[in-house]
Design a protein around this ligand. Structure first.
Ligand SMILES: Nc1ncnc2c1ncn2[C@@H]1O[C@H](COP(=O)(O)OP(=O)(O)OP(=O)(O)O)[C@@H](O)[C@H]1O
Length: 251
């Protein structure tokens, strides 16, 4: 589904990502881990079109996407969350989900002004999807609250719902467990697995919470100082000496 080959990203004199390759197949949860500053978010930013990579190739369903703008990439069916929550804080919870769908579908302004039957039908579907996903992430009761007033863990779940209303094939999550308490992390763990099992969404995950990563990943890619260090199944990564050394070095 997603194939990243020899990706590099240079910021001035700093080679933040150096020849990183990874792939995500259908029905898979793949995690990217590595010490702070390893280049994980930069890899995400290149894949999702926020940065134009300095080198390498990114293929989504066989088509080259490197250097394409983020909105085009998300319309192909690959959407992401951010390390820091990016919701419309002044809008209600449900409005956040409606806006996400408008932006995704690039709703026609004239059709909207004239309220054509086709437009009304799509609006109805958008609202149904929004309600469905709010219910799914446990936020339906809070649909009319301002998003900015939700608790942090609720905002993180809303971010996932905001991605899911666009019906993606691949969901990219940047540190979704950051700032969550252990109970919230367990709920998140179940939610991510259910996205794969029940909705056939593949997931690419950056996460520091090792028990979450080891528990739900089908495969893991480790990067260190921008370079690929190891990749494999969780049990192989846990025992890999280079990986252990990289993490001990950080401690
Ligand atoms: N826009 C940018 N301009 C210049 N340098 C950058 C930029 N973005 C990231 N970097 C640098 O690239 C390196 C990799 O950063 P990145 O945020 O990708 O790491 P990370 O593995 O996601 O770290 P963390 O786990 O702390 O989030 C760091 O040295 C960082 O300072």
């Amino acid at each position: 589904m997603l194939e990243v080959k020899n990706l590099s990203m240079r910021f001035g004199g700093l080679l933040a990502v150096d020849q990183v390759s990874l792939d995500v197949q259908e029905h898979e949860i793949v995690s990217i881990i590595g010490p702070n500053g390893a280049g994980k978010t930069t890899v995400f930013n290149c894949i999702s079109g926020f940065y134009k990579p300095s080198g390498g190739q990114i293929l989504f369903e066989g088509k080259e996407i490197q250097g394409k703008p983020d909105f085009r990439i998300s319309r192909l069916g690959m959407v992401r969350t951010f390390q820091h929550v990016r919701l419309f804080g002044n809008m209600t919870v449900v409005e956040n989900l409606l806006v996400a769908q408008h932006r995704h579908l690039n709703t026609n302004l004239i059709a909207g002004l004239l309220k054509t039957p086709d437009y009304r039908e799509r609006e109805k579907k958008s609202l149904e999807r929004a309600r469905y996903w709010l219910d799914r992430v446990g936020l339906l009761d809070l649909a009319n609250r301002e998003a900015g007033n939700l608790a942090y863990g609720q905002q993180r779940r809303l971010e996932i719902a905001r991605c899911m209303v666009t019906e993606p094939k691949l969901l990219m999550l940047d540190e979704p467990a950051a700032g969550l308490n252990p109970a919230e992390t367990r709920e998140l763990d179940q939610l991510i697995v259910s996205l794969k099992e029940d909705y056939n969404v593949s997931v690419l995950l950056i996460e520091h919470d090792m028990s979450l990563v080891m528990g739900i990943s089908d495969r893991i890619t480790v990067i260190n100082q921008g370079r690929p260090l190891a990749s494999g199944k969780p049990e192989d990564i846990r025992e890999n000496e280079d990986v252990i050394k990289a993490y001990l070095g950080e401690a």
